[in-house]
Design a protein around this ligand. Structure first.
Ligand SMILES: C[S@@+](CC[C@H](N)C(=O)[O-])C[C@H]1O[C@@H](n2cnc3c(N)ncnc32)[C@H](O)[C@@H]1O
Length: 376
């Protein structure tokens, strides 16, 4: 099968590395997707283990279409019956970019009609009850080229199952994991998030350190499909649990000024099964200090989107820079949309990487530990 994995803009290289580590395959990025040939076990593993991917799909067909007739015929040619059962619930979404067929809702309804027509003929039925398991099918038309993808994940892979829809400005789990993987941190080093909010960064770091699979506590659409042999998933999941390293010593902490946020962070850590590994504490970032050296701060401070807050943000960022300077050989990775962050922080970043927090353009500023001052 042709498997395709999607991840957020700016994160693809990290996801590609994860795929290589997991399956030893090179997945080139084509139009924002990483694709490679694989089987059901690969699909199960990608859903279970990829920490930075959004979704894992199967490309069912590709063809060119400039008219609705061509679209209908192209879709109807695809062997949906190999995946979709007689009573499957079919959810079609459409995306049209720079194409002659530009009406999204018509693309969606014509595609669904073509899929149903195909299944009527193959199953020799006249109606589809759609009472069974879900099949999400995306029809994407980019420059008149149609790609039809079956989504195996169902809910996006950022839904690990440990977090509800709450929190001030929570970072997506997939983005938090990407930032951690873009940093120099490894489980032998201390990690602190001094603006931890609902705890996403410390929790994701702990999952990495203990080798807990990101998909362990959730399910995926493909697991319920009749075309899929459930024993493959059971095997992949048992292997994931056997690979956990729960005796790994970690020094991971999260601080926030807001007790309500910390309450959430503790709740999420508990749901993720990692509460005993993370030290959460109410503290102002300005008071952070550590007896350890060579630690890593990974944080997502407030951005101060409202004009009124700008002055407060400037002071906060200046104080943040001073605090990091006072630590013994610590690195800092900071995700923010504030463009003059380096000026406020007081030092040019060693690296700057454009990432998106939702739709908001941000940068991940990397400040490596300052080299020791030369003795005179
Ligand atoms: C953008 S949110 C962090 C969201 C977090 N990454 C998450 O996933 O939920 C910024 C956090 O910084 C906290 N904060 C603001 N000023 C602070 C300060 N001086 N010291 C510590 N935390 C502060 C806020 O309470 C808020 O929870």
């Amino acid at each position: 099968m042709k498997i395709c994995v999607t991840s957020a803009s700016g994160v693809e290289a990290v996801t590609k590395r994860e795929i290589y580590k997991l399956l030893q395959v090179d997945a080139p990025a084509i139009s924002g997707r990483l694709s490679f040939e694989g089987d059901w076990e690969d699909i199960a593993k990608c859903n279970m283990y990829l920490r930075t991917a959004n979704r894992v799909g199967i490309i069912l067909g590709e063809f060119n279409a400039e008219t609705f007739d061509e679209l209908f015929d192209g879709i109807k040619n695809i062997a949906f019956e190999e995946f979709v059962s007689k009573d499957g619930k079919i959810v079609v979404t459409a995306k049209n970019v720079m194409s002659k067929i530009f009406a999204t809702s018509a693309t969606q309804s014509i595609s669904k009609k073509a899929i149903c027509q195909r299944l009527f003929e193959k199953y020799k039925i006249t109606t589809l009850p759609e009472t069974g398991e879900r099949y999400k099918i995306e029809v994407a038309i980019l420059k008149d080229h149609v790609t039809v993808t079956l989504d195996t994940s169902g809910e996006g892979l950022h839904r690990r199952g440990y977090r509800g829809l709450v929190g001030e400005a929570p970072l997506k789990e997939t983005l938090a994991s990407a930032i951690i993987q873009l940093s120099v941190w490894n489980p032998s080093r201390p990690l602190a998030d001094v603006f931890c909010g609902s705890g996403t960064i410390p929790i994701e770091a702990t999952l990495i350190a203990l080798n807990i699979a990101s998909g362990k506590n959730r399910t995926f659409d493909f697991v319920n499909w009749k075309c899929f042999d459930g024993s493959i998933f059971e095997r992949v999941k048992s292997q994931a649990i056997a690979n956990e390293r729960l005796d790994q010593e970690v020094r991971i902490s999260g601080f926030d000024i807001d007790e309500g946020q910390l309450k959430l962070a503790r709740k999420h850590a508990k749901e993720a099964g990692v509460e005993k590994y993370i030290h959460f504490q109410r503290a102002d970032m300005r008071d952070f200090s550590s007896r350890f050296s060579h630690g890593v701060i990974i944080s997502n401070p407030p951005y101060g989107e409202r004009l009124l807050e700008r002055r407060e943000i400037e002071t906060l960022y200046k104080d943040y820079g001073k605090m990091i300077k006072s630590l013994d050989n610590w690195c800092a990775y900071t995700l923010t949309s504030v463009t003059d962050f380096e000026r406020l922080f007081g030092r040019k970043a060693d690296k700057k990487r454009k990432l998106y927090n939702g739709k908001l353009e941000c940068n991940l500023f990397s400040h490596l530990a300052e080299p020791p001052k030369r003795q005179r």
